[in-house]
Write a protein that binds this ligand. Structure first.
Ligand code: AMP
Length: 429
């Protein structure tokens, strides 16, 4: 099969790496890819947002399967476009992708299906939102309705910060159109967990649990980012939570989508927070997580390709996934300043040395090849994953690999998966 992977992050490098191991994969293209995908696949210089260009490329090159990584092309309707051109692609349609692209749509669906989530109100008028804040108990969470690269969620500690956040989102258009409408919701306390499910329209198949670190700095300080690290399995997940998740979240969600006339086909992952009263949904994502994918795929023993095909064909109920029982820890190396302004073009050294370590995989994100050298080209630069018999062992190996890699002003968190090492699993709900 000829496969096209769309996107240029660590998640897409992990897809290309995993799909290349399939005996059915003959040739893999990445659009636009990065320096890492360029080593194992053929990069094609078409941006992930150029839907027409991508469809033309897929047609001309007789691509058998396209796998879409990021949310933007999904929200813009790439799957609908490919379907109209009779091109086979993995991911939800534009209507189904609204579960991620509109937090208000997701909230309304959760309300009608009584899916446990934070109490919330939605606003399209900034003066109403500003007034509403005056009578709230803080902290509260303010969310832009639309897609904002994972940065449109602000936790505010007092009324003044809440009001300036509302003003920035709704009046100063900090996130463009995405902040035209907002959600103001109660702040929930607990630990977070990501559950990925392959959904074929009707049935679903859960992947192993994972956990990511969204804040930029150690100790969960600093602004939210796309993700600074991940580990799998999540240490706060157990069978009881899983059955609660199935009956209280997944089943009503898929039922609710069908009631709306939406057949979701692709990867659906609810971001959860485990509170003292059980799991609550923070958000829905309609594609694989980044960096969760970089922690999950090295643990997946089964071939990914037939799983993606079964999801498209509506036969995921006939599939099972075999997992490596070892744990995975992924540390993201970012350019200093990320998620705000950062510099690019810095030479990266030590990649080969780090890759020599056993059970270590280095996935590229914001990298490019320039005159034979690998240089930084984005906010998140690399995702370094290691497997280990325990989270602790995986963590030690991942940081050993990280210590071998250098670029100017490299920033990474030192505490990825640390809570999972210290936690006593028996004490969790
Ligand atoms: P989201 O994109 O909605 O998942 O939000 C990004 C991050 O913000 C989450 O992973 C949480 O860390 C945090 N967050 C979002 N909503 C809430 C909430 N209601 N209570 C506490 N933290 C939240």
């Amino acid at each position: 099969m000829k496969i096209l992977v769309i996107g240029s992050g660590g998640r897409e490098h992990a897809f290309a790496w995993k799909l290349r191991q399939s005996p059915h994969a003959e040739h893999i293209f990445c659009a636009p890819g990065n320096a890492g995908t360029g080593e194992i696949a053929e990069n094609v210089a078409i941006p992930a947002t150029d839907l027409d260009g991508l469809a033309r490329f897929a047609k001309e090159n007789r691509i058998d399967l396209t796998v879409v990584g990021p949310d933007d092309p999904l929200a813009a309707g790439i799957i609908d476009l490919f379907a109209s051109e009779k091109l086979r692609a993995f991911g939800p349609t534009k209507a189904a992708a609204r579960i991620e692209a509109s937090k208000i749509f997701a909230k309304e669906l959760m309300r009608t299906q009584q899916i446990p989530t934070a109490e919330a109100r939605t606003f399209s008028d900034s003066s109403e939102a500003l007034r509403y804040c005056e009578r709230l108990k803080f902290p509260v969470v303010i969310k832009a309705d639309g897609l904002a690269l994972g940065k449109g969620v602000i936790i505010t500690a007092d009324v003044a910060t809440a009001q300036s956040t509302i003003d920035e989102m709704m009046n100063q258009h900090r996130f463009g159109d995405a902040g035209r409408r907002i959600v103001i919701e109660e702040f929930l306390r607990g630990t977070e967990c990501s559950l990925h499910a392959l959904v074929d329209g009707k049935n679903h198949l859960l992947l192993e649990s994972a956990s990511d670190h969204k804040r930029a700095l150690d100790g969960d300080e600093g602004p939210n980012t796309g993700g600074m690290g991940a580990f799998s399995p999540a240490n706060n997940w157990n069978n009881k939570l899983q059955s609660q998740f199935e009956t209280e979240i997944m089943q009503p969600l898929l039922h609710g989508l069908l009631q709306e006339g939406i057949k979701f086909r692709g990867l659906l992952y609810p971001g959860l927070i485990i509170t003292s009263e059980g799991p609550r949904v923070l958000e829905f994502n309609c594609r694989f997580g980044d960096p969760e994918t970089q922690a999950l795929l090295p643990r997946m023993k089964s071939d990914l390709l037939p799983l993606l095909e079964a999801t498209i064909d509506g036969t995921i109920d006939k599939c099972a996934i075999e997992w490596d029982t070892r744990a995975a820890v992924t540390v993201v190396l970012a350019s200093a300043g990320y998620p705000d302004k950062y510099e690019t073009g810095k030479s990266i050294s030590g990649l080969d040395d780090a890759a020599k370590l056993e059970d270590v995989r280095i996935f590229h994100a914001g990298t490019k090849r320039d005159a034979g050298k690998i240089k930084t080209a984005g906010g998140r630069v690399l995702a370094v994953t290691a497997l280990g018999s325990t989270i602790e062992a995986a963590r030690a190996r991942a940081y050993e690999a990280v210590s071998r890699i250098h670029f100017e002003n490299c920033h990474y968190r030192r505490d990825i998966a640390l809570s999972a090492v210290a936690a006593n699993i028996d004490k969790l709900p």
